[in-house]
Write a protein that binds this ligand. Sequence first.
Ligand SMILES: [Zn+2]
Length: 254
Amino acid sequence: MIEELSLLKDIQVLDTEIVKLKTRAQNLPRELNTFDQSYKEVKVDVDRLKAELDVTTKKRNEFERLVSEKIERIKKLKEKTDDIKTNKEYQSRLKEVEQVEKERRTIEDEILVLMERGEVIEKALSVAQKKLNIETSKIEEKRNSVKKEVEIVEKELQALLIKRDDLAKPLDKATYDRYMHLLQRKNSLAVVKADKEVCQGCYMNIPPQLFVEVMRNDHILTCPQCGRIMYYDNGKDKEQEELERGEHTTRPAT
Ligand SMILES: [Zn+2]
């Protein structure tokens, strides 16, 4: 394979890896968002229960204040008896006391209901709060691991970019520009294998004569359908090829 084509092929391998890493780096923070979602859901529960508990407590306090008022009223009704002159007045006072007592008992019953309700809410709140604590530490953990992973990806990316720059150095500007032009327009895939007369970039057939030429790997040839640069993978690595070329040149001319 000519050096130019071999370099382009290797740069493509790195560029594919670079695209993968860049996508990974972009997607990592998104993983955090899904975690935020379950945190948010539990947080909504906790806030709702807190608000409910608050309403219940306020109502209970209000009812307790009312009970105190009723007790005070009963006390006064019982104490202030000097204005009672007749039996009728006395009976009516007794009725009044009875009525206020009744009101007081009703409110006390309400308070009991509110107390029970408060206990139920407190239990639910305690469960939700525990869940929230777990979610909070999960987020913290995930945040740290994502941060670490982003750092690793960034490092790998930097290393690949340096390697890529080194590989691209020997290429002439026109060839490199041609490659970059294809890379940007062909979904980050500029150099592809041609296999069994099929371009592995667009999976269209290529003319048999062109395929024969591609198999030689001694020209930059492009797919007539998608325009990508094609090479033929003869299953040999670089060393093997160099060795064969070396043997070839030392072989006596016939
Ligand atoms: Zn093609």
